[in-house]
Structure formats: C-alpha cells, structure tokens
Design a protein around this ligand. Structure first.
Ligand code: AMP
Ligand code: ZN
Length: 119
C-alpha cells in the first residue's frame, strides 16, 4: 500500500489537508510542525505510506539517504544556525513506546536559539 486513506500525513501529501510547505519533490515532502517545539520545527516525510522506521527495508535505503542529506540543507534554509554553534536535532519517534503519534514515517528537524518550548 503506497497510500493509506485514513492516514493524516497521506492526506497532507494528497493536498486534502493544508500544510506550510518547506520542500517538495517527487518522493519527499517537508512541512512545518503544527505544534513546534523549537523556533525551527519541521517534518520530513516520504510521500509513500511507510508506518514507521520499524517497517523500513533495504528497498528504502535510497529514499532514507535522500531524506538524511536533505535535512541539514533544509535546516539552514529554515533558519537554523550553522554547525557547530547552531545545528539541529533530527528525530524519528517509532512506535507507542518511542512516542510516535502519527503512524506515517516522519523525521522531526528542530533547531534555533535556546531555550526551546520543549526538548
Ligand atoms: P510524533 O509524535 O513523532 O508522531 O509526531 C507527530 C507530529 O505531527 C507532532 O509533532 C504534531 O505536532 C505534528 N502534527 C500533527 N498534525 C499535524 C498537521 N496537520 N500539520 C503539521 N504537523 C502536524
Ligand atoms: Zn500515510
């Protein structure tokens, strides 16, 4: 299944729910988190529905590599300060005990001057 009609982030990918877009290409979407923890807080997601990192396999290596290489570029673009004084946090909550609430794979990118609202 590449899309789950009941999935919030699949609905965002499909344009059924609006988002504040940071980046979009054929395979990847990045948009601002609706409840930011930090001055900069956006999510990077694959457009295909993958429930979490627990469902990732070797066939996703290129996609995940692209997300990882995109993260630092988008972090700077969205206002994170440069490494090493600045930087950002990259986080993927996985499963209930990992704190995952939306079950469509996503990577949080958080940054900006401290203190943050959370984290
Ligand atoms: P997680 O706990 O890692 O599953 O995080 C899900 C994140 O999605 C939370 O930080 C929410 O604030 C964020 N979120 C939920 N709904 C939306 C939405 N409609 N647009 C943007 N971010 C959202
Ligand atoms: Zn989904």
């Amino acid at each position: 299944m590449t899309h789950d009609p009941n999935c919030l982030f699949c609905k965002i990918v499909a344009g059924l729910i609006p988002c504040k877009k940071v980046h979009e290409d054929e395979d990847i979407l990045a948009f601002h988190d609706i409840h930011p923890w930090a001055p900069v807080h956006f999510l990077i997601i694959p457009k295909i529905h993958i429930a979490s990192l627990a469902q990732v396999g070797p066939e996703h290596a290129t996609l995940l590599g692209r997300i990882m290489t995109l993260a630092p570029r988008l972090a700077l673009q969205e206002g994170c300060n440069p490494y090493p004084q600045g930087g950002f946090r990259l986080l993927s909550n996985t499963g209930a005990e990992g704190g995952q609430e939306v079950h469509h794979l996503h990577f949080h990118v958080m940054g900006g001057p401290r203190p943050w609202h959370r984290g």
